[in-house]
Each structure stands twice: as structure tokens, then as C-alpha cells.
Design a protein around this ligand. Structure first.
Ligand code: URA
Length: 205
């Protein structure tokens, strides 16, 4: 079974993790992505945000949440009053998965096997940051920490306990806001995201 475990160092500091990540061949995704994208943020942030995987922009820049979904997320964080120093942002999967369509690189959802393969990196980051609360953004991150049967729309916003982190919450992914079919849905989904960010922040602080 594919796993990042052989590539994850024993010492879990953010610096050591960041230096080891580019060596990872734990699954096949490293073959097509430009680079691995480590988590970024405050060293011992009380709140850790976990997205799905880097997108096109993140893969180009090597930084998480710097593309369109990141813009939605940062707008919501600012409106809620969450400062950069309070959060650490990372992804459940550390390489961009895509299909090439002409000049475009179209995002593909990671498989459960890829999420599982990459999980040792996420657990190492968790161990380094030791946040009070982990907020999973979207179904892929929720699958990693809350299991494959987690119902995002049913259980979003609830503080749950897991073997990997004592306090885990899930909410919608900021890209769901961008994909909403109409303005009303977009507004509703954005409100969900903002409300859950606020609840997570209040719990974590
Ligand atoms: N979407 C994610 O899930 N993560 C990123 O880093 C960017 C977009």
C-alpha cells in the first residue's frame, strides 16, 4: 500500500518536516506536480486548518492557499478577525493532483488511498504544531482525520474527538463557495464557512 511513512522523519519540527517533504515518493502524485507544498503558519498556532491538496497556483508557488480558494478563505478569516499568528494552514495531501487539458491543469479529487498515504505528513505537522483545534476544510480533509463515512453537511461545525487530535471540526471547503451554482447558494455556503471558522476560533482561543 502506498505510504509516506518511510519518508517522514522521526523528529517532528516544522523545519525538519519541510526539509524532508521534497523527498517523498510515498504515492505517485509527486511524479506530475511541480513541487510539494508544506504547511505554513505560526509554530504553535491554536488553530490548524487542513485543506484538501494544493491547487494550480499553490503548486506553482509552493505555498498553501494562494489561489482562488485561498482568496475566499483569507476573506472569511479577515471578516471573522482571525490573525495569521493564530493559525497554521496545511493540506491532507501535499501534492497537486490534476489532469492536463490543453494549457489548463484541472484539479482532481484525491483517492482515499492517496489521502491515507499522505496522512503521516499531516500527523507529523499536527505533532509539531499541537493545535487546540483542527478545522478540516472539505470532505477530503475530513476523510483523513474523521474517516471515510463522515457526513460533512450533517456534522459540520461540531467539535469531535479523534485518535489523532483531541478536537477536530469540519466545514465546507472554500472552493465549494466558488463552485456554487447561484448567488443564493454561494451566500449560504460562505456563511457556513464563516460561522464555522468563528466557532473553531472561539473554541481554540
Ligand atoms: N485548496 C486546498 O485545499 N488547499 C490549498 O492549499 C489550496 C486550495
Amino acid at each position: 500500500k502506498p505510504s509516506a511513512a518511510p519518508f517522514v522523519p522521526a523528529k517532528h519540527t516544522l523545519t525538519v518536516i519541510r526539509e524532508a517533504l521534497p523527498t517523498c515518493k510515498g504515492c505517485d502524485l509527486y511524479q506530475h506536480a511541480i513541487q510539494v507544498v508544506p504547511g505554513r503558519g505560526a509554530n504553535h498556532a491554536p488553530l490548524m486548518l487542513v485543506g484538501e491538496q494544493p491547487g494550480d497556483q499553490e503548486d506553482l508557488q509552493g505555498l498553501p492557499f494562494v489561489g482562488p480558494a485561498g482568496n475566499v478563505l483569507r476573506k472569511a478569516l479577515a471578516e471573522v478577525g482571525i490573525a495569521d499568528g493564530d493559525i497554521f494552514m496545511t493540506n491532507a495531501v501535499k501534492h497537486f493532483k490534476f489532469v492536463q487539458r490543453g494549457k489548463l491543469r484541472l484539479h482532481q479529487n484525491p483517492r482515499m488511498s492517496e489521502i491515507t498515504a499522505c496522512k503521516p505528513w499531516l500527523l507529523a505537522e499536527l505533532d509539531a504544531v499541537k493545535p487546540k483545534l483542527v478545522l478540516c476544510l472539505g470532505a477530503s480533509a475530513a476523510k483523513s482525520l474523521l474517516g471515510g463515512t463522515f457526513g460533512l453537511m450533517r456534522d459540520r461545525g461540531k467539535v469531535l474527538s479523534t485518535p489523532f487530535a483531541e478536537h477536530v471540526m469540519a466545514t465546507i471547503h472554500p472552493s465549494a463557495v466558488l463552485r456554487a451554482p447561484n448567488d443564493e447558494m454561494r451566500h449560504t455556503l460562505y456563511e457556513h464557512l464563516r460561522n464555522d471558522l468563528l466557532a473553531a476560533y472561539q473554541f481554540a482561543m
